[in-house]
Ligand binder design. Structure first.
Ligand code: MLT
Ligand code: MN
Ligand code: ZN
Length: 310
């Protein structure tokens, strides 16, 4: 199985178009230790020929251009795409808008939870993906299924499961109190398995907390791509960027007693990779103390073009 990190940044990308935080200024200036990143997405393939996207970011057009495996193959025909499926983990802008780039009458399948499908179905612009060519398939939670699309069996199984999180920002219901009207299925994780090789990995780009159920599920996993939005819960407030904590945004932090570094320490995971990294995160500076702490804890910081083979 081949996994490619198409985009390792959180919503907004790195640099973010309107941001002059230290990181964004540095990466724009080409400073040593900084690299630009597009928005959150992975691609996975069993055979290197047919691929599934895990999330479809607003930067998908650029991501495809940067990834030869995803190019139209002239040997196959006048119109072709290796992308046979897109699996969505939530309804966030950074995870669904790339679907629009996949128009032009190309068959593939869209997989999402009932909650996320309801959002896609409610937005008529997504009708540019003709239903006859692009079926929208509901993923039942905790029910592995065979990944198919564009007339192809990808030879992979996917299991979607709910993780602690929050409904997409633009769907928040302030009057609902508590968790802004969030429900199960608004934020999910994915377990992708190649049954022929008996290899699996987890992809969880948005997660508010590692509770007992999630910890149990991830224990002993070979590879986990995980929410690396913030290093500390209040970093956006401290930097004067946005008056919100990570907890308010539905994102666990890397550091701290309840952070992901601490939570994964006991889980015995083989390879841990941060993705969905916000431009405020000091770990985006290769020379920062935050990066040193991450390295020391055995985590990798995902980057665009990173490839993992299982
Ligand atoms: C998130 O990950 O919290 C969202 O992508 C935020 C947003 O929509 O800007
Ligand atoms: Mn996001
Ligand atoms: Zn910034």
């Amino acid at each position: 199985m081949i996994i490619k990190v198409l985009g390792s940044a959180a919503g907004g990308g790195f640099p973010q178009w309107n941001c002059n935080c230290r990181n964004c200024v540095s990466v724009r200036a080409g400073a040593e230790g900084f690299r630009a990143r597009t928005q959150s997405s992975l691609a996975v393939s069993r055979d290197g020929v047919n691929w599934a996207l895990l999330n479809a970011s607003p930067d998908l057009r650029e991501q495809i251009a940067n990834t030869p495996s995803l190019h139209a193959d002239p040997r196959v025909g006048l119109r072709h795409s290796p992308i046979k499926a897109a699996v969505l983990t939530n309804g966030d802008v950074d995870h669904i808008i790339g679907l629009i780039n996949l128009r032009e009458a190309q068959p593939f399948s869209v997989y999402a939870s009932d909650r996320v499908l309801a959002t896609v179905n409610a937005n008529s612009v997504f009708q540019v993906l003709a239903p006859a060519l692009v079926p929208r398939i509901e993923m039942k939670l905790d029910t592995p299924f065979n990944l198919e699309g564009g007339g192809v069996d990808l030879g992979l199984t996917v299991e979607a499961f709910a993780v602690p999180g929050k409904v997409a920002l633009y769907l928040e219901d302030a009057s609902a109190g508590g968790n802004y009207g969030s429900r199960e299925g608004d934020t999910i994780g994915l377990k992708v398995t190649d049954p022929s090789e008996k290899k699996s990995f987890f992809y969880i780009p948005g997660c508010a907390e590692i509770d007992d159920e999630l910890a149990e599920r991830l224990e002993g996993a070979s590879t986990v791509f995980f929410d690396g939005t913030l290093f500390t819960d209040n970093e956006m407030i401290e930097q004067g960027l946005l008056n919100k904590t990570g907890a308010r945004m539905g994102h666990i932090s890397m550091s701290g007693p309840a952070g992901s570094i601490a939570a994964f320490k006991k889980l015995g995971v083989g390879r841990l990779v941060y993705v969905h990294i916000n431009n405020s995160n000091p770990a985006l500076d290769d020379n920062s103390d935050a990066r040193k702490a991450i390295d020391a804890a055995g985590w990798e910081v995902g980057y665009d073009g990173m490839e993992v083979r299982l």
